[in-house]
Write a protein that binds this ligand. Sequence first.
Ligand code: PMP
Length: 435
Amino acid sequence: MAAMTDTKHATGVLASERPPEAAGHGWDPAAIRAQFPILSREVNGHPLVYLDNAASSQQPLRVLNRVERYLREEHANVHRGVHRLSAEATEAYEGARRSVAAHAGTRDPAEIVFTRGATEAVNLVASSWGDASIGTGDEIVLTKMEHHSNLVPWQLLAGRTGCKLRFVDVTPEGTLDLDDYDRLLGRRSRLVACTHVSNSLGTVNPVREIVDRAHAAGALTLIDGAQAAPHMLTDVAKIGCDFYAFSSHKMCGPTGVGALWARRELLEEMPPYQGGGEMISEVKLEGSSWAKIPHKFEAGTPNISGVVGFGEAARFLADLGSEAIASHEGALKRAVLGRLREIQGLHLYGPREERGRTAVFSFAYGDVHPHDLSTILDQRGIAIRAGHHCNQPLMDHYGISSTARASFYFYNSPGEIDVLCDGLAMAAEVFGGVA
Ligand code: PMP
């Protein structure tokens, strides 16, 4: 993905917003869907309509088969053994690192640290870089739309160090208030940590601009890419950030695995995050020295099968092509927006226009509780999410406790939009009308 040359695209403008002729050729929706066995199952007697992709995406046969082959034929512990299986497992593990590095847009696989997910990637930075670099009076700038994963680790750091957290406001349209950002940035700012795409609103933040302004103020930047890496070209060099966190299970890979990308110099300077086997160079009773990056940050036996699946997922997405994925999702996004706007009593949170948003739709439906709506739709086989989506401060900002959220991925079809809209109409009838 690093080979792409469109800076705007790399910094948060979706490929779907380019002219249609730029989109991928040979996209066969039925053939793509057929690669995801779970999509052909039924739920409550209806074909599954899976619209909870912002929580976790599904895995194609290619990923399932690769993990199975690893477990059946190649499994051993990595890095230490000289026997054949250990060499094969190590090659599978490090090969996955190269694929994930390519997905993030770096040529240097040592800049990819495998973690349990985006959550652990942020915790790693908060603990390792944060404890070493942050003190009383320092400030960390976050936004009011952060997932708890990119908020609570900084609250814990503030508790340990006495640093202050500042929060960029969100406009009524669900975008970041960049004037407020400018007001908050100052000589005490040490880090700006911001989501690339909001998991509740679908807002695509202008990360290049955010990063440039932070750097001008002398602050480092961490971008939470959990909701961006699955959907758009990710190119950390073009974004210009210092840290980028993302998760495998949102991009067709297994759960419990993700990655932190960080600039090599930072990783080299940062102290280890956890201690144990694999992360050392030499251990004496009096003290130890550390392995080179990235292994310095990967203590203990890692989630090898998960990493192998993550690597296959990255190759799968690369083969589909980020432009084709974004183009197909862009068409879905346009269609969903058009339909949702027509539904009486439905209030959409986040950007109302296509531009600057992804195909994640959070909404209120009259005074129907999102959990009730989700339960009714489930009876029709439709999986949406109801709740605060790990965005409680954002919910507070809107004065609500939860939303219903339908989130699409490239394997969703236009027909599923019809099923969702029929389901909403049915729910309105059940509740005696929605105003
Ligand atoms: N950030 C965002 C924006 C997310 O949507 C999520 C997952 N919902 C996370 C971080 C955390 O990812 P994980 O649970 O895979 O660590």
